[in-house]
Design a protein around this ligand. Structure first.
Ligand SMILES: Cc1ncc(COP(=O)(O)O)c(C=O)c1O
Length: 504
């Protein structure tokens, strides 16, 4: 089987539409992980993903008659763009059926390449059904995204380039797995020519269809599939890819959303490229492999398989990155409800940067705070921080791996506090720099109890804090004068309807 595939790969026609992409050394990562890390830059393809290789090669094998009838596929993602480009290049009519929920940016990208877009159904399966119906009715040829020998062979050209570009010793190639077209092509080529090189699949832990199939030794359908890395969110490994994978894939590693986000950042730091989540999956797996095996001084290749991400997703990715790198600890800490205890708490946190601080007055004894703190990766520093806080007498619960805390409580902590009387609310802005929050607290002094505090370090030039102080009647007259002396910009917000409706 391998020889047949290698021949197909060597004869594959992809370079009319795709290009040979560079294999870049990731210098920062290499140093950090103590291995030589190489990134195959498929984000530099004309459609910003490798998918054009398989789509073009599959189309290139069609007869003139088939081409004259036109091609069709169902896809909301990179395959759609790959097919649209290939069809335009060959002068063939292409129809792409997309689920109605497909983001407009992707619809426009496919239209811009000259393909006809049909929006049909709420989910992918309905779009697929309709595409197959059109095959029957109109005689179009269906070009599948992964489950076809010619698609697999097209994707395999990526491995051909890697082995040529990196002729020396190579420990492993890490490959993202959706339906398995890419890994099948890579495994077939690599195992035929360099069987000592490991081929390791990487899947999100909530979309691990290859892992599940290898465990059961048959293709299984996952009941639910996580959509975060939508390019690899596939419920069942392809039939043809599985024939190759069950024989030639050495291992499968699964990664979580935070680890994928952290890998997006790593790729950015080394190459300045912003990958889509699926594009960073294989690096996330590579990092985990190095951590688990402890290997050093080996050459490892991963694939930035795509860069078609919506701009508005970057905020979420950036926020979760620190957690994926285990650089941010999220803690629930109980501190005494008295003036000055915030500042005392910050003193124990020490030089570490506070990334988030959320607190709302509950009762006269204890204050429950939600706090994010920058820590060194690896977990030891986080443990030290927790121990330091516990030794100082603070009850601490580590919420770093708690999804509820990270996704929801972060935004909901606080709320109304019927017991927080005489409350005056202010919003502050101060220049952000190390120690700026501590400095702000020092300026705020200890004269009034703090009944609400929210701070989130967004990495911008200014730190922003919302604070409520319990100021007894009669003392409020001096407050503006006092704040003016602090010198930071501030706004009185007690009358703001947003405060009154949700917090007051
Ligand atoms: C960016 C990206 N990476 C990886 C994959 C997975 O490829 P395959 O379905 O061939 O396993 C896809 C599939 O669309 C993708 O778009």
């Amino acid at each position: 089987m391998l020889e047949r595939y290698v021949k197909k790969i060597l004869q594959a026609r992809v370079y009319d539409a795709a290009r040979e992409t560079p294999l870049s050394e990731a210098r920062f990562l290499s140093k950090r992980l103590k291995n030589s890390i190489w990134i195959k830059r498929e984000d530099l393809q004309p459609v910003f993903s490798f998918k054009v290789r398989g789509a073009y090669n599959c189309m290139a094998q069609l007869s003139e008659e088939q081409k004259a009838c036109g091609v069709i596929t169902a896809s909301a993602g990179n395959h759609a763009q790959g097919l649209a480009l290939s069809a335009r290049q060959m002068g063939v009519k292409a129809t792409i059926v997309m689920p109605r929920i497909t983001p407009d940016i992707k619809v426009q990208a496919v239209k811009a390449r000259g393909a006809k877009v049909v929006l049909k159904g709420d989910a992918f399966n309905e779009a697929l059904e309709y595409a197959l119906q059109l095959v029957e009715e109109k005689g179009y040829t269906y070009i599948p995204p992964y489950d076809h020998p010619d698609v697999i062979a097209g994707q395999g050209t990526l491995a051909m380039e890697v082995l040529r570009q990196h002729a020396g010793p190579l420990h492993a190639i890490f490959v993202p797995v959706g339906g398995g077209g890419l890994i099948a092509g890579v495994a077939a080529y690599v195992k035929y020519l360099r069987p000592e090189v490991k081929v390791i699949g990487v899947e999100p832990e909530d979309a691990a269809c290859l892992k599940a199939a290898l465990e059961k030794d048959r293709r299984v359908v996952l009941e639910q599939v996580g959509l975060f890395a939508e390019g690899v969110a596939v419920a069942q490994i392809g039939k043809e890819p599985f024939k190759i994978c069950r024989e030639y894939v050495d291992d499968v590693i699964t990664v979580n959303t935070d680890e994928i986000c952290a890998a997006v950042k790593d790729i950015f730091e080394d190459t300045r490229a912003v990958s889509e989540p699926s594009g960073a999956v294989s690096l996330a797996g590579l990092k985990k492999y190095v951590e688990q095996t402890g290997i050093e001084d080996e050459h490892l290749v991963c694939i930035n398989s795509g860069a078609n991400t919506n701009f508005d997703r970057l905020q979420h990715i950036a926020e979760r990155t620190e957690l994926g790198e285990k650089r941010e600890a999220i803690l629930a800490v109980t501190i005494p409800e008295q003036p000055g205890s915030f500042k005392q708490f910050c003193r124990v946190v020490g030089k570490r940067m506070v990334t988030e601080f959320c607190y709302r007055y509950a009762d006269t004894e204890h204050a429950q705070i939600y706090v994010g703190v920058s820590v060194k990766p690896g977990g030891e520093d986080r443990l030290e921080l927790v121990q330091a806080l516990q030794s100082a007498g603070y009850p601490v619960i580590d919420l770093t791996d708690n999804e509820l805390a990270k996704l929801h409580i972060r935004h909901l902590g606080g709320g109304r506090s019927p017991n927080a009387g005489d409350e005056a609310v202010y919003r502050f802005e101060f220049p952000e720099r190390p120690g700026a929050l501590m400095n702000f607290l020092r300026h705020l002094g200890q004269d009034w109890n703090i009944s609400l505090f929210h701070y989130r370090n967004h990495g911008s030039a200014y730190g922003r804090v919302l604070v409520a102080l319990q100021i007894p009647e009669g003392e409020s007259g001096n407050i503006n004068e006092y704040f003016d002396r602090i010198g930071y910009r501030y706004w009185a917000e007690s009358d703001n309807p947003a405060y009154q409706l949700f917090l007051g």
